[in-house]
Design a protein around this ligand. Structure first.
Ligand SMILES: NC(=O)c1ccc[n+]([C@@H]2O[C@H](COP(=O)([O-])OP(=O)(O)OC[C@H]3O[C@@H](n4cnc5c(N)ncnc54)[C@H](OP(=O)(O)O)[C@@H]3O)[C@@H](O)[C@H]2O)c1
Length: 248
């Protein structure tokens, strides 16, 4: 029986690379988009062209109705889920003085409520599968907050705590939970927040112990390392794929 994966927020960026990598490695992969359907379709085409199998669904991780519907679809179509990558996230980089309550809620809800809802409704499909994995995409800002980005930092801190709680709880169902913290990765997220100058990227590269920034493919490869059968005792870790920059 083939294994099934879902990657939230996989129409672009880090999620896109993870979905493509999982499909290349034999997973039937659910790709999700929120606003960018054409980008989601391009991911499906890319996977299909390489001989993989992927299914596109619209998903807003903040909506309980929508999350329920997506997992019901997976239940009907395959009856199982082996890998859930909780990747969807947004940033609205505003200080406490400038951010509205809605800005705060949008960022925190996407991170924290999104993880809660996807795990809650994905769980029945993941229980007692052979080597099932929940992987949460976090950020080092959850451990070392930046004063200019409170919502993003608190949302991520919540997902780090959530990862640890799930690692302790879900083991009884043979589900491993780990988090991946990407380093600064050149994606649309940076364009959307208006921080994308060549100078900024050069500074990130210069400050990184390995002299470059992360690529979406670096992150995707780390997921394969976690879900590998040989990593069956790896549980409850926050693994930074950032060349070591979280230590600075
Ligand atoms: N890039 C970095 O430097 C970096 C560093 C550390 C951690 N991260 C984390 O890595 C993850 C991916 O970031 P990225 O840079 O790849 O971002 P991105 O390019 O902006 O992609 C974000 C993805 O999330 C989806 N999304 C947004 N809100 C959603 C919602 N409410 N429900 C479902 N999907 C939603 C988007 O869908 P649509 O485009 O279809 O709307 C898109 O597919 C995020 O959790 C981010 O916090 C990123």
């Amino acid at each position: 029986m083939k294994k099934v994966a879902l990657v939230t927020g996989s129409s672009q960026g880090i999620g896109r690379a993870i979905a493509i990598n999982l499909a290349e490695n034999g997973y039937i992969t659910y790709v999700t988009y929120l606003k960018n359907k054409p980008k989601g379709e391009r991911v499906i085409n890319e996977i299909t062209k390489k001989g993989g199998k992927a299914i596109l669904v619209k998903l807003d991780v903040k909506s309980e109705e929508n999350v329920k519907r997506v997992f019901e679809k997976i239940k009907t179509e395959y009856g199982q889920l082996n890998v859930l990558v909780s990747n969807a996230g947004i940033d609205i980089p505003k200080t406490i003085e400038i951010a509205s309550f809605k800005d705060w809620q949008d960022v925190v809800n996407t991170k924290i409520n999104g993880n809660f809802l996807c795990t809650k409704y994905g769980l029945p499909l993941m229980k007692n599968q052979d080597n099932a994995n929940l992987i949460i995409i976090v950020s080092s800002l959850g451990e070392k907050p930046d004063p200019d980005y409170p919502a993003y930092c608190i949302g991520t801190a919540g997902t780090i705590a959530f990862t640890k709680a799930m690692a302790l709880y879900l083991g009884k169902y043979n589900i491993r939970t780990n988090a991946i913290g990407p380093g600064t990765t050149k994606t649309q997220m940076w364009v959307d927040i208006g921080e994308n100058s060549d100078e900024m990227w050069k500074t990130f590269e210069k400050n990184n112990p390995l002299g470059r920034v992360s690529t979406p493919e670096d992150i995707a490869n780390s997921i394969l390392m976690i879900i590998n059968d040989k990593s069956r005792f790896l549980n409850g870790n926050i693994i930074y794929i950032d060349g070591g920059s979280h230590l600075k």
